[in-house]
Ligand binder design. Structure first.
Ligand SMILES: O=P(O)(O)OC[C@H]1O[C@H](O[C@H]2O[C@H](CO)[C@@H](O)[C@H](O)[C@H]2O)[C@H](O)[C@@H](O)[C@@H]1O
Length: 283
């Protein structure tokens, strides 16, 4: 969790704005945000669940904290600054829960689905992939039906097997049986481990590839990425020297910075917005 000295960033003298939130940022993070804010063209890529939005039992009821949403909108309004959501959610679900302006770039299904500036083609699976999705549905459907509080969330290229409300025993059984039986039926399957969820997909794209694609797409000089889960580690690993990775919450990470959770991520985004707004006004 957050360690080291902390400062309340940004202060009114430095930026002309009062600090609007009570979550102090670790000193090294505040400094890194200040430096990042000077980069000419910036991509701000953000995971959703556990990063902007606290975890809830019903995925469709998850919403970004108001402070996080406000900071995202401030950043999105700045010149030479693009905001992207990079999520494991299906694109439709991501559009619904984020409810952001159309110029926010969206990546769903861990990089498989994109909504960039031009209307992109809907995800088109080939015949083999469609068959594999049907097999997955059959196998995982049986697992979910046989255990209390285990359920399947359909996605365009696979399924998420949710165990958040299941007992420890049911979760273990669900994971074991699902992994064994899908491996027995399908050759080219990607399995991603998340918080109370196992994701099965017939496409193997990662959030790391998504960040690389977005970096090229927006011609970014630097990238800010924040995420909380195992799948976000691919994105952190894709960051380069001038970038900034921010891990939300507990768990192993290769990100250079860590905060406790969505409230502190919101504070970091608000600080970045304030630093960058200051730069714009100075130009
Ligand atoms: O990449 P993310 O934006 O973090 O999405 C990851 C998964 O998020 C959702 O599941 C998780 O959040 C739910 C709502 O808080 C929670 O109920 C569930 O236990 C978590 O696993 C979503 O349902 C998945 O499709 C995403 O892949």
């Amino acid at each position: 969790m957050s360690t080291g000295e902390t400062v309340r960033e940004p202060d009114r003298a430095a930026t002309g704005r009062a600090s609007a939130h009570p979550h102090p940022l670790p000193d090294p993070l505040a400094g890194a945000l200040r430096e990042l804010a000077h980069q000419r063209r910036l991509l701000i890529a953000l995971d959703f669940d556990g990063t902007l939005a606290p975890e809830v039992d019903d995925p469709e009821k998850a919403r970004a904290l108001p402070e996080a949403r406000a900071a995202v909108l401030r950043l999105n309004a700045l010149p030479n600054t693009r905001v992207a959501m990079v999520s494991g959610r299906a694109l439709g679900s991501l559009i619904h829960v984020t409810d952001l302006p159309d110029d926010v770039l969206l990546v769903g299904s861990h990089g498989i689905e994109l909504r960039l500036d031009n209307p992109d083609d809907a995800l088109a699976l080939n015949d083999q992939e469609q068959e594999d999705v049907e097999v997955l549905h059959e196998v995982l459907g049986e697992v979910a039906d046989s255990l209390d509080d285990v359920w399947l969330e359909p996605k365009p290229a696979g399924f998420a097997l949710h165990t958040r409300l299941a007992s420890d025993r049911a979760s273990r059984v669900a994971h074991l049986v699902a992994l064994t039986e899908t491996a027995a039926e399908l050759d080219n399957l990607t399995v991603r481990h998340g918080k109370n969820v196992l994701e099965f997909s017939v496409r193997s794209t990662t959030k790391g590839e998504a960040v690389e694609h977005l970096r090229r797409y927006v011609k970014a000089d630097a990238v800010f990425y924040a995420g909380d889960d195992v799948t976000d580690e691919d994105a952190f690993a894709a960051l380069e020297a001038h970038d900034l990775g921010l891990k939300s919450g507990s768990g192993d990470t290769v990100a250079a910075h860590r905060v406790d959770g969505p409230a502190e991520v919101a504070a970091a985004l608000a600080a970045l917005a304030t630093f960058r707004e200051g730069d714009v006004h100075e130009q």
